[in-house]
Write a protein that binds this ligand. Structure first.
Ligand code: NAD
Length: 352
């Protein structure tokens, strides 16, 4: 076994159906007294319910979270948190709401409690992102790592089947890249393999029967594990491509991950054979890229970038941006190689 480093990120996790009922007790145990509850406008009812459970521990609700954390929203929410004297932000929702909580904690002396309702995994990472003038800036800081995370699968029952499938594939993408990360380690790899196994088993059932609590619990468990992997080790080509497609071309986050993943895996197949064997095994297949493509198909998820409205002429620019700023990837990143990958992903062809 080669030498490795494993950094444990400090966070209390409460997992299981009905665990939300204990939120007041968990917040009190953390020593917090004044919680500001955050959500998107669509999830205001969840925020109100949580404020109700918190009782005197809630000092307000801000239901203005939006995708990619616009700077003006972050400023407005920080101002409210300051005015209310909040010592905790309680984020209920997906990566967009957790992202807003992080933008607040980055600048203020305030802790985060996250109550995830998608499979994005942001609640387990010290990674933040803020968008200003159309440019998304990201970074890592221990300040933004949630101190309390409550995974209650009952809150995910309302996540529509289509979003559940792509959000789950987004989660699998974290685990796949964690397996071949530059700083991969045996612990994160175990978590990643188990994450893929749990998500691949649960997601088809979640899409077929969105209120199946057992399947929802398995999927959320997988999302927790792969979120932990994302927060612990570095990512590679797949995440770079999705960052370019989302950041510079405005493509939707989870769908883009779903489409690109089988092709990025094929790109790295020969350079990371052990990782790919583990991915394939966890998916119950023999070839990881094809098993990922088939899973996306079974989930009824989009498999072609052109279906997301990306123009074919943009592919050359995507390839150029994706090969800028050298970064770690198991297989060497070449413009020609990326172009072939993108052509297939654009058309919706199976991975090479
Ligand atoms: P999202 O948070 O944007 O949610 C999508 C929509 O679904 C929202 O309207 C939301 O209110 C709604 N929704 C969420 N849960 C629901 C539920 N259970 N029932 C009904 N509706 C529900 O989507 P996402 O995919 O979770 O997050 C994407 C964002 O997170 C991106 O901006 C991405 O960059 C970021 N992200 C960050 C990290 C990180 O580590 N910093 C990790 C993953 C994703």
């Amino acid at each position: 076994m080669r030498r490795f480093r494993y950094e444990v990120l400090p966070c209390r996790v409460e997992f299981g159906a009905g665990s939300l009922a204990g939120i007041g007790e968990f917040v009190t145990a953390g020593g917090w007294r004044r919680g500001l509850v955050l959500s998107t406008p669509e999830q205001r009812a969840d925020a109100e319910r949580i404020a109700g459970l918190l009782g005197n521990l809630a000092v307000g609700i801000y239901a203005g979270a939006r995708m990619h954390v616009p700077m003006e929203i972050a400023r407005e929410a920080r101002e409210l948190a300051g005015r209310l004297g909040a010592d905790l932000v309680v984020a209920v929702g997906g990566g967009s709401t957790t992202g807003l909580a992080k933008a607040i904690a980055l600048e203020m002396d305030i802790a985060i409690a996250a109550i995830p309702t998608t499979y994005a995994g942001s609640e387990m990472t010290p990674i933040w992102g803020i968008t200003e003038d159309g440019v998304k800036t990201t970074g890592r800081s221990s300040r933004v790592l949630p101190r309390l995370v409550v995974y209650d699968p009952e809150l995910t029952l309302s996540l529509p089947p289509g979003i559940s499938g792509t959000s789950g594939m987004n989660s699998i993408a974290h685990a796949v890249e964690a397996l071949y990360a530059e700083n991969a380690n045996p612990i994160t790899s175990l978590m990643s393999e188990e994450a893929i196994r749990a998500l691949a088993r649960a997601l088809p059932e979640v899409v077929r029967d969105p209120v199946n609590l057992a399947a929802r619990s398995d999927a959320l468990y997988g999302a927790w594990l792969s979120g932990t992997a994302l927060g612990t080790v570095g990512m590679a080509l797949h995440h770079k491509l999705c960052h370019v497609l989302g950041g510079s071309f405005g493509l939707p986050h989870a769908e883009t991950h779903t489409i690109v993943l089988p092709h990025a895996a094929a790109y790295n197949r020969e350079a990371a054979p052990d990782s790919m064997r583990r991915v394939a095994g966890a998916l119950g297949g023999t070839d990881a890229p094809h098993a990922l493509f088939d899973l996306a198909g079974r989930l009824g998820a989009p498999r072609a970038l052109r279906a997301l409205g990306l123009a074919e002429v943009a592919l050359e620019h995507v390839a150029e941006l994706a090969t800028q700023n050298p970064y770690y990837n198991p297989a060497p990143v070449t413009r020609d190689g990326i172009r072939v990958l993108l052509d297939r992903a654009w058309c919706g062809l199976p991975p090479l």
